[in-house]
Unconditional design. Sequence first.
Length: 242
Amino acid sequence: MNNKISLQRIKLLLRADWIEHKSQAVFAIGAFLVALIVFFLLTLGDTTMKEFTRKQYFFYGIGLFCYFIYFCRYAGKKVHSSKGLYLTLPANTIEKFVTLLVEGFLLIALFHVMLWPSFYAVSLAIPGYSVISFSGVMNAFKVSLPILAFLSSIVFLSYVAFRKYAFLIAILAYAILLGGTVYIITKFVMNGLGPQQGVFMEMTPMYYMINFLVQYHAVAFYAATLGILYIAYLKLKEKEIR
């Protein structure tokens, strides 16, 4: 099969997945409603707007994390199905990969569509308390959004690449990245800015690299995210060949 993308085939893949897994969508909505009830009970005792706002951000963060992990587990089960049905569907690898990404986007979009009407419904029972806005959430996560995209892509890659212990492998990858970053900063940057402060003041390759990462860290993290997603695509293609 050629590598040209057919929107019709992607539509058929999405439709087939919806028919097969619509009960799971109902479960995802039900889990959200249960969590919302718990959130409502926890906010009844709030005495300040600060407490209510903090709990809204917490509910948003933990809900987004749970939905994302649910999607990654769903993608992992499809890719690693014992019968290999997903790998043998009459569509090329690009179409299957795009379908997985679109389904993830739709699931996260469903979470956001349910979130704010639910917050407003809860706020009606607490007079004087306002609901956080989407722009407020984006401003709160603006600095970390490139980093979150990068870390999320690692989790997604782990579920596509490994049949078991994918989340633990992702945590291990985080630990290695964090340890490597701390080591590089301690070994090169801090030492360079210590007794020999002129190391990075000169026009050296290290100076340009540090300067680029500081000024354009968002570009670097987004580029790394695209690179990891491409590796996930190659892993899916590799499993098809096998």
